[in-house]
Design a protein around this ligand. Structure first.
Ligand code: AR6
Length: 179
């Protein structure tokens, strides 16, 4: 599914984010940048040890929830990996929505600052961190839309969703957003 925004493209695709040949892919990291399962596990497996070596060297104190840091992408087809830290879902009263929006926002900002025209993103916080996908997808797409509307560099934002359920939730949220 694809929509045009100010001549730029917002896309949804079902698949594996590590296979994306875009300028930057976004990792669903934790604040220690310690690696783990899900997207994070797949990125470090596919990219090789140079990514973890770089996060340890450049960001020894990790990355706060709601923010992101950038590294090269090792053996992956992308040029950069942007490690974004979404919130753990705790019921919605602990600022989760703001933190999720801010993690996406910072990831987009870093991609633009590094001259990336295309970026692929996962459903941050929607796996191990338990964020309800109907709510998370609206936040993710709103931030992506705002980015594409005003950023001078970004041309393509593609959400790469794992499985038909996650794709369907994002597709419903995208239809709901008025373009
Ligand atoms: N490509 C695209 N999406 C994927 C892939 C993939 N290869 N693998 C999983 N997903 P998660 P979180 C989907 O758990 O909730 C890690 O241990 C998955 O189905 O990766 O932000 C980190 O180290 C789900 O829809 O990220 C952190 O500790 C979405 O990606 C913690 O998990 C996000 O699931 C972060 O949890």
């Amino acid at each position: 599914m694809r929509v045009a925004i100010h001549g730029r493209t917002l896309e949804l695709e079902q698949g594996d984010i590590t296979q994306q040949a875009v300028d930057a892919i976004v990792n669903a990291a934790n604040s220690r940048l310690a690696g783990g399962g899900g997207v994070d596990g797949a990125i470090h497996r596919g990219g090789g040890p140079s990514i973890m070596a770089e996060t340890a060297r450049r960001y020894p104190r990790g990355c706060p929830t709601g923010s992101a840091v950038i590294t090269t992408a090792g053996n992956l087809p992308a040029r950069y990996v942007i490690h974004a830290v979404g919130p753990v879902w705790g019921g919605g009263q602990a600022g989760e929505a703001e933190l999720l929006a801010s993690a996406y926002h910072r990831a987009f900002e870093l991609s633009s600052q590094h001259g990336c025209r295309s970026i692929a993103l996962p459903a941050l916080s929607c796996g191990a961190y338990g964020y309800p996908v109907d709510q998370a997808s609206r936040i993710a797409l709103r931030v992506a839309k705002e980015f594409l509307e005003q950023d001078p560099v970004g041309e393509l934002a593609r959400f790469v969703l794992f499985g038909p359920g996650m794709y369907g939730a994002f597709a419903a949220a995208l239809e709901e957003l008025a373009f």
